[in-house]
Design a protein around this ligand. Structure first.
Ligand code: ASP
Length: 275
């Protein structure tokens, strides 16, 4: 079976001088994920997203955008398209790698989404690495605080040699958000979805639009009748624009190893590999 991995570093309108460094970060994540693809789609998307959580030029974990009170609150998710198991966390402040905490929620199996202090406490109980909140706050984001719409969530979708699909995503959300705001990234069907019967999708952009349209579920569901991945990606982004004037982008992978991406913002860093 053909294998495929696609990663994105967020859709938005960053200054043009930042395009190259964002793209370089995404290429690094693709390489990190590809190294693990033989272990399966889930291992590959986890490795790619973990890599981007360490990249200060991207909006996830280290380098995440600041909320209105100048603090970082992080969202992340993971889904296994074979079993439809999923785990997600919202507005967490202590997990060094929020995507690891999402994975721990999924492996625990009792719940799909944990938020806030309860999720942070679960990180300690589950043995997920934690850190001081200050680790996430960079000078760059202090400068950007409340200056412009920032949205550079990171995400990855993959299919492995057994035809198993997976998706993972992580974000600081949107610049200047209200404390307690949770976006689409940890909302199953909105910011992410995977089902081996059709494929996997991961979104980025103004999350409220993705939540109101359940965009990732919509994109995956539209791949079912045999539509090409690129057609499904473009249809999803058109729906986002037309129905709710939403801004953002999406990456998709099919069980047959097809990869697609579409966005309606000035820029989206993304990269893919198939083999
Ligand atoms: N979708 C994310 C959110 O609204 C932001 C992003 O994609 O950059 O939280």
């Amino acid at each position: 079976m053909p294998v495929a991995l696609a990663v994105h570093g967020g859709a938005g309108s960053p200054p043009e001088r930042e395009y190259a460094e964002r793209q370089a970060a995404v290429e690094g994540a693709l390489a990190a994920g590809w190294e693990r693809i033989e272990e399966g789609a889930l291992a590959a998307v986890m490795a790619a997203v973990r890599f981007m959580e360490d990249e200060p030029v991207l909006n996830a974990a280290v380098g995440a955008v600041l909320n209105r009170e100048g603090e970082v609150e992080l969202d992340a998710a993971v889904m296994d398209g074979s079993t439809l198991r999923a785990g997600a966390v919202g507005a967490v402040r202590e997990a060094r790698h929020p995507v690891d905490l999402a994975r721990a929620v999924m492996e625990d199996g009792r719940h799909v989404l944990l938020v806030g202090s309860g999720a942070d406490r679960f990180a300690h109980q589950a043995g997920v690495e934690t850190c001081l909140h200050s680790v996430f706050v960079t000078d760059r984001q202090r400068r950007n605080w409340n200056e412009r719409f920032g949205a550079d969530t990171v995400g990855a979708v993959a299919v492995d040699a057994e035809g198993r699909t997976a998706v993972a995503a992580s974000t600081g959300g949107v610049t200047g958000k209200l404390p307690g705001r949770v976006g689409d990234t940890p909302m199953i069907g909105a910011g992410f979805y995977a089902d081996d019967a059709a494929g996997a999708a991961c979104g980025t952009g103004q999350g409220e639009g993705f939540m109101r349209t359940l965009l990732c579920y919509r994109a995956v569901a539209e791949m079912l009748p045999g539509l090409s991945a690129q057609t499904a990606a473009e249809a999803a982004v058109s729906y986002l624009s037309d129905r709710v004037k939403g801004l953002g982008g999406i990456i998709l992978v099919t069980p047959a190893g097809e990869v697609a991406a579409a966005w309606n913002t000035d820029f989206m860093s993304w990269a893919s590999r198939t083999g």
